[in-house]
Ligand binder design. Structure first.
Ligand SMILES: *Cc1c(COP(=O)(O)O)cnc(C)c1O
Length: 357
């Protein structure tokens, strides 16, 4: 507390990221990073950019990256916005597109940064309760005479549940809410979902957000992007250019472009993660866990007879860290990032030991 803080700062409840432990030799399954390194081509491009050129500012518009992403997703470059991680893209979208007269709707259980942005920008929000299996019910997201959204945010697949809504459900929500922007956060879509980017051409109110942090194994580079119709993107550019002209540095632009161009690495890596996820889910089920169906690079699981917080502590004693959220409805679940096959096997062994304990 300080008397020099503004009233806004006094009122903030900041997001708490998953732990980045300083210890070596931990099996780190708590923040949904990939267990594999990024595309070797991306690393080579970053090294090549590590030169005297760093004395120069980067391209403020990151045109090379926008073009590469536009080509990959079959949209025009002016339909692409890039930012310093998708968290920054989301922040600009909340401020520039979702701050309206009516409250923003998002699920009661979802990425916990959304309410934080609402706090920062003074946006009212209404949590919409997921059904008992943590599914999005489309009818809850359609306006009625006395109830309409100023914006809607859906993570698909959702976090921390991993559950995927069918693309038809997303389309019904987008089509049913022409009065506001529907933001679909597809941080995990590459692990088995269908992207809503294909709907952008026919829906002026749809903004789809992606990240390089998960499926491209570049969380440390901080690159995210949004795809929408050109006027939505221009709105984000206006916010960005009133905040920081150079959110992507030279290394980030070079690495991200090379990553997008390495489609073979990308496909192979996503396939490996999906295969490991299916094995992990089967092994956990075998060990007595209930595992929610996941289309992400993590699983969300609970054991009927063992307290989740206690399990997380016992795993930590065995140098394995997973994520536990002490929040209503989900405090008996563990969110476990899909690791290498060996990491997953060691996790399952450790859990078997603890359960036998
Ligand atoms: C990881 C994650 C992000 C943030 O990604 P960055 O690009 O690393 O900022 C955004 N949304 C969801 C749902 C995530 O899980």
């Amino acid at each position: 507390m300080s008397r020099y803080w503004s009233a806004v700062v006094h009122g903030l409840t900041p997001y708490v990221p998953g732990e980045q432990p300083k210890l070596d030799n931990l099996i780190k399954l708590n923040t949904n990073e990939l267990p594999f390194g990024p595309s070797p081509a991306a690393l080579a491009a970053i090294r090549a950019e590590t030169s005297d050129s760093l004395r120069l500012y980067p391209d403020p518009n990151a045109d090379r990256l926008k073009t590469a992403l536009a080509d990959r997703h079959r949209v025009a470059p002016n339909q692409v916005f890039v930012g310093n991680g998708s968290d920054e893209v989301l922040a600009h979208a909340f401020q520039g597109l979702l701050r309206q007269q009516a409250p923003v709707w998002f699920p009661d259980i979802t990425y916990s940064f959304y309410p934080v942005y609402c706090g920062l920008y003074g946006i009212e929000y209404e949590p919409i309760t997921l059904d008992e299996s943590f599914r999005v019910r489309v009818s809850d997201y359609l306006p009625s005479d006395d109830r309409r959204a100023g914006g809607i945010v859906i993570a698909n697949p959702n976090a921390p549940t991993g559950r995927l809504s069918p693309i038809e459900d997303i389309e019904r929500i987008v089509a049913g809410n022409p009065q506001c922007v529907v933001l679909v956060d597809e941080a995990y879509v590459d692990f088995g979902g269908t992207s809503a980017i294909g709907l952008v051409a026919s829906h002026p109110n749809l903004l789809v957000v992606h990240t390089f942090s998960k499926s491209r194994a570049l969380a440390g580079l901080r690159v995210g992007y949004a795809i929408g119709q050109a006027d939505l993107i221009e709105g984000l550019e206006r916010v960005k250019n009133s905040f920081n002209s150079y959110p992507l540095d030279r290394l980030a632009i070079a690495g991200a472009v090379a990553s997008v161009e390495d489609e073979a690495w990308f496909r192979d890596t996503c396939d490996r993660v999906i295969a490991n996820r299916e094995q992990l889910a089967a092994d956990l089920t075998q060990a007595g866990f209930e595992v929610l169906p996941s289309a992400a690079n993590f699983v969300f699981a609970r054991h009927p007879d063992h307290d989740a917080a206690a399990l997380a502590r016992a795993l930590r004693e065995r140098a394995i860290i997973v994520r536990h959220f002490a929040r209503p409805r989900i405090d008996q679940f563990l969110r476990i990032t899909v690791g290498t096959r060996e990491q997953c096997a060691r996790l399952v062994e450790a859990l078997q030991e603890i359960l036998a304990g």
